[in-house]
Design a protein around this ligand. Structure first.
Ligand SMILES: [Zn+2]
Length: 245
């Protein structure tokens, strides 16, 4: 059993008494448009998927006991505000949620926490970096070069919203949630999001993403999603080992 909220209170107390160090994973997502083909909850699916895989990989590990916390499934997401389905919370709310949830856990002795996020809007990422530092917990920062460098060429190109990278991951995890008929018709949109943001473009429309995606979703495959999940799981297991040290 790897879901923290599935445990009883006495089982939680036993975690701290056991020989294996408990490491808690906090998946973070967002509810926002991911093109005309992928679900609003794409980022959550990726975060939860990599947490589940890391917990499964370490299920019998003698050193750590990995548990997955309930997902924090709202984020700062203003880029997609022009499209139906975007639900943004403020930086203040996100910061408070992360600090309060992690603070409640660390106060009870659960200080080994890794926050796992797959929504990369800069205001959201900056808030998570600040909140995790304040809470004294780890943040697996996938857009840092040392991590991003192990992900796919499309991800590294900055065209990383609802394109080949993210769509492949959803295809690998929840294929029924991708409209593959629409997906196959979508032309590639090679938008370099970091450069567009640096130029002051503040939402998908200004970046030229008039259907709320960039990259090449039509090229997405289950096989790529599975291999990317393997790499994401490697990165997360490394972060878990780091906090357990
Ligand atoms: Zn996304």
């Amino acid at each position: 059993m790897s879901a923290f909220a599935d445990l009883t209170s006495p089982q939680v107390a036993e975690l701290l008494a056991g020989p294996r160090k408990p490491v808690l994973l906090l998946p973070v997502g967002a509810v926002e448009p991911h093109g005309p083909h992928a679900p609003l909850g794409t980022d959550e699916i990726i975060s939860a998927g990599m947490c589940a895989r890391a917990a499964a990989r370490l299920a019998d590990d003698p050193e750590v006991r990995v548990l997955v916390l309930p997902t924090l499934n709202y984020g700062v997401t203003r880029f997609g505000a022009a499209f139906p389905g975007a639900i943004s919370i403020s930086e203040t709310t996100l910061h408070a949620l992360v600090v309060d949830v992690c603070g409640a856990l660390t106060a009870r002795g659960f200080s080994r926490i890794v926050v796992v996020n797959n929504h990369f809007e800069p205001a959201h990422v900056a808030t998570l970096r600040k909140a995790t530092a304040e809470a004294g917990v780890a943040y697996l920062d996938l857009v840092r070069r040392r991590n991003a460098g192990r992900l796919t060429p499309e991800f590294q190109s900055g065209a990383c919203h609802a394109g080949q990278y993210e769509t492949s991951l959803v295809l690998a995890e929840h294929p029924a949630l991708v409209d593959t008929t629409t997906m196959a018709t979508l032309p590639a949109e090679p938008v370099d999001m970091p450069t567009a943001m640096a130029d002051g473009k503040a939402d998908f429309l200004a970046m030229g993403m008039d259907r709320a995606y960039c990259g090449d979703p039509a090229a997405a495959t289950v096989a790529e999603g599975q291999s990317t999940f393997d790499v994401l799981t490697d990165l997360l297991v490394e972060a878990i080992r780091e906090v357990a040290r």
